[in-house]
Design a protein around this ligand. Structure first.
Ligand code: PLP
Length: 472
């Protein structure tokens, strides 16, 4: 039999093991026990000649992988901008997988397509973005950026009388791309996929925290009359700041250009009355990218591309074939806005998290995370020898240890303190280069993190820093 009783039983075992892990990780230390090499050795071996039932292999998977899992869903995990993979979203995602829903089109999954359409509309309402915008559900912000930039490329060239979707870029009119100096690296991936070239961009100067300078943008716009894509950012990966959209977007539109915004996490500030002013003017941008698996707390993979010009979005992405019938043109066709054909019905998990938290719950989570980031920044800044380099206006900030002891020593002390924090396992932070120096990054992007966690974290950082200083 292709499916045995044990295969069915594996679903229940997976649910039990998952619940067990989630209870454990909520309280467990964040020390990683087994590393890549050890886990790899456990799983490596010849290709299995014969099959194994799912009950057995799920137990084997859990036993082999559990101690090599990073505690991303733990409350004091701040190393990257990772959400909590909320259990409501996980449960919806499990159903999606068990239902085997492929959201390539309405005939393939009427429910997947319909729920995705609702999730897309709710997203626009929650973020207070123009209701006529189209939304594509993709795997994450990297692909969401790519899709937005594809729409930009196609539309700007179409206005020049060139059909890039049909004729490609050979012989096409020139396009300029202007990017803030502190853009996320995935923007350059998108430019690479689109034949626009990572290195052909003009970099626009940013301020100390990473916001694009409108004066520098204005000058760059004047330098050429070629059609122009300007890529802005809502939420810089280290400092959390956003570009001044109310100034930038009109400048670009006056020049006939297209504004794309990478708002992987920062766009969610629009859901909060308290913080939405940080993104004033963004509603006029032409396209945006954001993630569900960051501040909406869905499990991976869930990202959204939002485009104010639906036709441009569709032209860039739509793929039709006779065997994929489209009877009702009034319905939203999920495959018209994304690069993939077969894909999981992501709308279920997105819908589930919006339904689980509601408008007020999402706003409260954003407000709480910002407040926790501010508490953390204040508490860490009060520790002698610890410098908080930016006051978080959103959920991100950076820290340096021993900043007064010279560049190299500050780098060493910062790395050593983050290593010590990771070894102690009370909290988990990471490092990055910022303005030429190594810093500790702090991202607060989880619904699980509380003010009490902030207090525990401040003590953990203090004790790691004291240990590093004592070691000399
Ligand atoms: C600002 C920004 N842009 C883009 C990305 C890429 O998003 P994803 O990993 O979902 O593709 C991230 C991820 O951390 C990000 O923070």
């Amino acid at each position: 039999m292709h499916t045995s009783e044990q295969d069915f039983a594996a679903l229940e075992l997976a649910a039990r093991l998952a619940a067990d892990y989630r209870s454990e990780v909520a309280a467990a230390p964040l020390v990683k026990v087994a590393g890549y090499g050890e886990i790899h050795a456990r799983f490596d071996g010849p290709v299995p000649e014969t099959g194994t039932d799912a009950l057995k292999l799920i137990a084997e998977l859990d036993a082999g992988a559990r101690d090599g899992l990073r505690g991303i869903v733990a409350p004091r995990f701040y190393a990257w901008v990772n959400g909590h993979s909320h259990l409501a979203g996980v449960a919806a995602d499990w159903l999606t997988s068990a239902w085997g829903q492929n959201c390539a089109g309405i005939p393939m999954s009427p429910a997947g397509a319909a729920v995705e359409a609702v999730a897309a509309r709710w997203l626009l309402e929650l973020l207070d973005l123009p209701p006529e915008s189209s939304v594509g559900l993709v795997s994450g912000a990297t692909i969401a950026n790519f899709v937005g930039l594809a729409a930009a490329r196609g539309e700007l060239l179409r206005r020049q009388g060139w059909n890039v979707e049909e004729d490609g870029l050979y012989g096409a009119p020139n396009l300029r791309v202007l990017v803030g100096a502190d853009a996320h690296n995935t923007i350059f991936s998108g430019l690479r996929y689109l034949g626009l070239g990572e290195k052909r961009v003009t970099t626009i100067a940013t301020d100390d925290l990473g916001r694009m300078k409108p004066g520098a943008l204005e000058q760059a716009l004047k330098a050429s009359s070629d059609p122009v894509i300007v890529i802005g950012q809502a939420g810089q990966i280290n400092t959390g700041v956003s570009d001044p959209f109310a100034r930038i977007v009109p400048l670009v539109h006056d020049a006939g250009g297209w504004v794309h915004v990478d708002g992987a996490f920062g766009l969610w500030a629009r859901a909060s009355e308290r913080h939405r002013h940080l993104l004033d003017g963004i509603e006029l941008a032409d396209s945006m990218a954001t993630d569900g698996h960051k501040w909406l707390q869905t499990p991976y993979d869930c990202g959204f591309t939002i485009v104010r010009h639906e036709e441009a979005h569709r032209r860039a992405m739509d793929m039709q074939a006779s065997y994929l019938t489209r009877d009702n043109q009034d319905y939203r066709h999920p495959g018209a806005y994304v690069p993939e054909l077969s894909r999981r019905a992501r709308g279920f998990a997105a819908w589930a998290m919006m339904r689980r938290l509601g408008r007020s719950g999402i706003a409260r989570m954003v407000d709480d995370d910002v407040q926790i980031a501010q508490m953390l920044a204040e508490g860490l800044a009060a520790i002698p020898g610890v410098s908080v380099l930016n006051q978080p206006e959103l959920n991100q900030f950076v820290v340096r240890f021993g900043a007064d002891r010279g560049e190299d020593e500050g780098d060493r002390l910062t790395q050593a303190t983050v290593d010590q924090i990771q070894r102690d396992g009370v909290a988990f932070m990471g490092t990055a280069l910022w303005r030429g120096q190594w810093i500790m990054r702090v991202s607060v992007c989880s619904i699980a993190t509380t003010p009490e966690d902030a207090r525990i974290t401040i003590d953990a950082v203090r004790s790691a820093w004291e240990a590093v200083q004592a070691a000399g």
